[in-house]
Design a protein around this ligand. Structure first.
Ligand code: ARG
Length: 459
């Protein structure tokens, strides 16, 4: 026997199905949103004369008790109640009696669940935006400290040109700023209330959907009830936004992992974020960064699961959609956790960049070859030809067993007279500072970028 709210108590439901059908074990997390939605709904019903003022007071009192029971851990979550919506309503009715049964007037679990999950996602999205802002702020702080910390810039993971660490970190600021904006704009686009859509077709009761929408903080009510109950775009967008943000976090973590290796030695990650090995006493494994990289896969998986769940569903509500919650919770929880740990790892003063190792790495790979060619073109040599001359200078350096940046004026002149006098273009710091175009790596360009990010953080 199941104690279903809509039955007369005589129908049989197997325990197997009850367990399979129930979402209470995971949607109990939505209790706050559910109670909030019920409060707003009851207020509206009373304002519209659909329930009495006394009924409203009883419902509010009952909901407050349910809420405190849940918060104190005294609430009995039962599989038989199926989901959080029915569990709360059943308990409400047990507390305040028959009046509790009036709450569901002009409402269905279909618009209720759509509302609860939407409220949760919009809030979590704003919380995540705040965490992204924290990460950007700490990256900016490290950038400001490292404007003249030169390091190799890579393409194909091969030494390419001289950049500085601030420039490299600012690239991540740009990514996380877009992530922030994606979360905010999705939250804004989806900021419409489905409450009052009822089962799928609206309701004959004279409800005021604008009133509930506004009291719950929405911009308005979604204009089509069928869409209201079947739309999960807000969840898909949030999972996509999380996936892109995780891509950025994963790329950053991959670099931190590489940089902390003996081969690079560009960074020492604080002991608080590394672990030892059970057998190799010298090990300092970058577990936190690796886990962020690893969790990226599960966030993508959540997005794909959500997309596939939704792709062939006929309108309007289908029980398949119950599968949405765990995926959304998992994706956004994972992202929030990763952002928190990474921000703490970078903020930790025992996480230190090794400027000397970065500078030393710049003296490998002939990073200033392009600079030599560029200088050469300034004296009228066509770029293709200048490129060829610089290539010969690189070969010369290789034969001599030194880096291009170590060649002398005489060396250059001996390679080709057209290279004479350009030895200053081989200097590593000068090379970095020559890239003064907008968005470039010179200290002055980087200062402009820092100002842009600082302004953005203020807005
Ligand atoms: N537990 C359900 C879900 O998560 C709530 C909506 C149920 N509606 C229904 N008509 N069965 O989707």
């Amino acid at each position: 026997m199941s104690g279903k709210l809509w039955g007369d108590g005589s129908e049989f439901s197997s325990e197997l199905l009850d367990r399979f059908n129930a979402s209470i074990n995971f949607d109990r997390r939505l209790y706050r949103e559910d109670i909030e939605g019920s409060r707003a709904h009851a207020e509206m019903l009373a304002a519209q004369g659909i329930i009495s003022g006394e009924d409203l007071e009883a419902i509010k009192r009952g909901l407050a008790q349910v809420e405190s029971e849940i918060e104190r851990g005294e609430f009995d979550f039962k599989i038989a109640d199926e989901d959080i919506h029915m569990a709360i309503e059943a308990r409400l009715t047990a507390i305040i009696g028959e009046v509790g049964k009036r709450l569901h007037t002009a409402r269905s679990r279909n618009d209720q669940v759509a509302l609860d999950l939407r409220l949760w996602v919009l809030r979590k999205s704003r919380e995540i935006a705040g965490l992204l802002r924290d990460l950007i702020a700490i990256l900016l702080e490290r950038a400001e400290e490292n404007k003249s910390t030169i390091m190799p810039g890579f393409t194909h993971l091969q030494h390419a040109q001289v950049v500085n660490l601030a420039f490299h970190l600012l690239a991540y600021c740009a990514m996380f700023m877009r992530d922030f904006e994606r979360f905010i704009s999705s939250a804004d686009r989806n900021n419409f209330s489905p409450l009052g859509s009822a089962a799928l077709a609206g309701t004959p009761h004279k409800i005021d959907r604008e009133m509930t929408a506004r009291s719950l903080g929405f911009r308005g009510a979604c204009f089509n009830a069928m869409d209201g109950v079947s739309d999960r775009d807000f969840a898909l967008e949030a999972a996509f936004n999380a996936s892109v943000a995780m891509t950025h976090l994963s790329r950053l973590c991959e670099e931190l992992i590489l940089w902390s290796s003996s081969e690079f030695g560009f960074i020492r990650i604080s002991d608080r974020f590394t672990t030892g090995s059970s057998i190799m006493p010298q090990k300092r494994n970058p577990d936190a960064a690796e886990l962020v990289r690893g969790k990226t896969g599960r966030v993508y998986g959540n997005l794909i699961a959500l997309l596939v769940t939704m792709k062939s569903l006929p309108l309007a509500y289908n029980k398949d959609m119950q599968e949405d919650k765990e995926r959304v919770f998992d994706a956004l929880d994972a992202l929030a956790e990763c952002l928190t740990i990474l921000t703490a790892m970078i903020a930790d003063r025992q996480t230190v960049f090794n400027a000397e190792a970065m500078r030393r790495a710049c003296a490998k790979g002939h990073l200033t070859a392009t600079d030599l060619a560029d200088s050469c073109t300034k004296s009228g040599v066509p770029f293709r030809e200048a490129h060829h001359l610089a290539r010969r200078a690189v070969n010369f350096a290789m034969e001599k067993g030194v880096d291009l940046s170590e060649l002398t004026a005489d060396d250059l002149a001996s390679v080709d007279s057209r290279l004479a006098g350009f030895e200053s273009s081989l200097d590593l710091t000068a090379s970095m500072n020559s890239k003064s175009s907008f968005g470039g790596t010179s200290i002055s360009s980087v200062e402009t970028q820092i100002a842009i990010v600082r302004e953005w953080l203020k807005s």
